[in-house]
Design a protein around this ligand. Structure first.
Ligand code: ADE
Length: 252
């Protein structure tokens, strides 16, 4: 079972992952394990201080090296004791490499992941040097700044957990998600057949599974071309797919 040990000042935030929806059900079914580690519990003073002013001056506070380093070390040791051969160390930060479907799939194949969520203006760089720099990973979820790494850690956890065996009800549905075949997803419809004057595409009600699969691939190709031409260029298109794309362009 995949182990997530998360170093965070705000363990309660992770209830959103562990208690709700697909990831909540997967937690109940013990398809992954979540354990939070609060640096406050590793502080060496009565005030449980975890942050201090930055050397060199400037606004904001920096997370202190010692409590953070000790919390990360404890998380890593727990995983090793639980049988994780080499815990994957991940620091969430806007300076990291961007999270992609490929990275999600490689994380889903790990035995254990230790996530470090920073707060305030940053964390003392010596913790990164000691715990992350050597074989670990720094990951960003996009080019914008969050108030802390927690939401990024939760995004990463959600995207990884849904790829774990047995998590999704229909074994197919992660297979059909956007990005799996390098394409965006096709449109979806459910009842009623006509809504506010807009009908469901007739092919979806034809019962012809080959036609339906062809239509869905055509829509996925067309949408990817229109919305994310960069994805399509990186992936390339086969001769058959080129035909579908040409049809899409004529039809839309
Ligand atoms: N922490 C703050 N902003 C972040 C981002 N964009 N990605 C990952 N971690 C972050």
């Amino acid at each position: 079972m995949l182990q997530f040990d998360v170093v965070t000042l705000f363990p309660k935030m992770f209830d959103a992952v562990t208690e709700a929806g697909v990831t909540g059900r997967a937690n109940e079914r013990r398809l992954y394990q979540f354990l939070p580690w609060n640096p406050r519990d590793f502080s060496n003073n009565a005030h449980r201080t975890v942050d201090d002013r930055p050397y060199g001056g400037g606004p904001g506070m920096v997370m202190m090296a010692e409590p953070l380093d000790r919390a990360v070390y404890a998380a890593r040791q727990r995983q090793i004791s639980a049988g994780v051969r080499k815990p994957k160390m991940v620091y969430l930060s806007p300076q990291g490499r961007r999270l992609t479907h490929e990275i999600v799939m490689s994380l889903a194949a790990e035995q254990g992941i230790v996530l470090l969520a920073g707060r305030y203006e940053g964390v003392d760089e010596r913790v990164i040097a000691r715990q992350i720099a050597d074989g670990g990973d720094e990951i960003s979820i996009g080019d914008y700044v969050l108030s802390g790494g927690e939401l990024a850690a939760m995004v990463l956890m959600d995207s990884v957990i849904r790829q774990l065996p047995g998590v999704l009800g229909d074994a197919e549905s992660a297979q059909q998600d956007s990005f799996v075949n390098g394409l965006l997803d096709c449109p979806h419809y459910t009842r009623p057949e006509v809504y506010e004057g807009m009908a469901v595409p007739p092919v979806l009600m034809s019962g012809n599974h080959a036609d339906i699969a062809r239509w869905r691939l055509k829509q996925a190709l067309g949408r990817t071309q229109q919305r994310r031409p960069d994805l399509l260029a990186a992936r390339g298109v086969s001769t058959e797919e080129r035909k579908l794309l040409d049809e899409y362009m004529i039809e839309n």
